[in-house]
Design a protein. Structure first.
Length: 165
């Protein structure tokens, strides 16, 4: 796919064109440079890091949810095209944010979180709360989020939690 074509698709996606969103979601399934680039772009639009139409996040996560449902119906065929929807990925996270079925949310969260364990019980992230805005964050998430801040200012230090509870 040419860069010009991709740029046109991205522009249409930013404007909320559902057909183009569906097309980019399908491209994001690819396990190559283009697939990873498109997946990151969709996630940036979904998370608000990149601006788009007011309801772009809902349109993207609904498209990802549809792909996830199709992938689940096709699991017995061992189709490698669905790999990103059966392993931790941005597409899987966006699909999980769209589902309202708690058992599906937990199933998707387990695929994303895997067997990650925190250093203490107090740091443990509950898989059913992966999409909850008021959930506890792991020290890895805090470190990733604050890494840029610490590097930018020599006067800022970040102290990680110790077991106080």
């Amino acid at each position: 796919m040419s860069d010009e074509t991709l740029a046109l698709l991205i522009g249409e996606v930013e404007n909320g064109n559902q057909n183009c969103i569906d097309l980019l979601c399908n491209l994001a399934l690819r396990n190559d440079d283009l697939g990873h680039k498109v997946e990151k772009l969709l996630f940036d639009l979904f998370s608000g890091k990149r601006s788009g139409s007011p309801d772009i996040d809902k349109k993207i996560n609904q498209a990802c949810l549809v792909l996830h449902q199709i992938a689940n119906n096709d699991i017995t065929k061992n189709n490698t095209e669905w790999k990103k929807l059966h392993a931790p990925s941005r597409l899987l996270y966006m699909a999980g944010s769209a589902t309202t079925d708690l058992s599906k949310k937990i199933e998707i969260a387990h695929k994303i979180m895997g067997d990650q364990f925190a250093q203490t019980d107090q740091e443990q992230v509950g898989v059913e709360n992966l999409w909850c805005g008021a959930r506890m964050m792991s020290s890895d998430e805090l470190a990733a989020a604050t890494q840029g801040l610490v590097q930018e200012s020599p006067f800022l230090s970040v102290n990680y939690p110790i077991r106080l509870i």
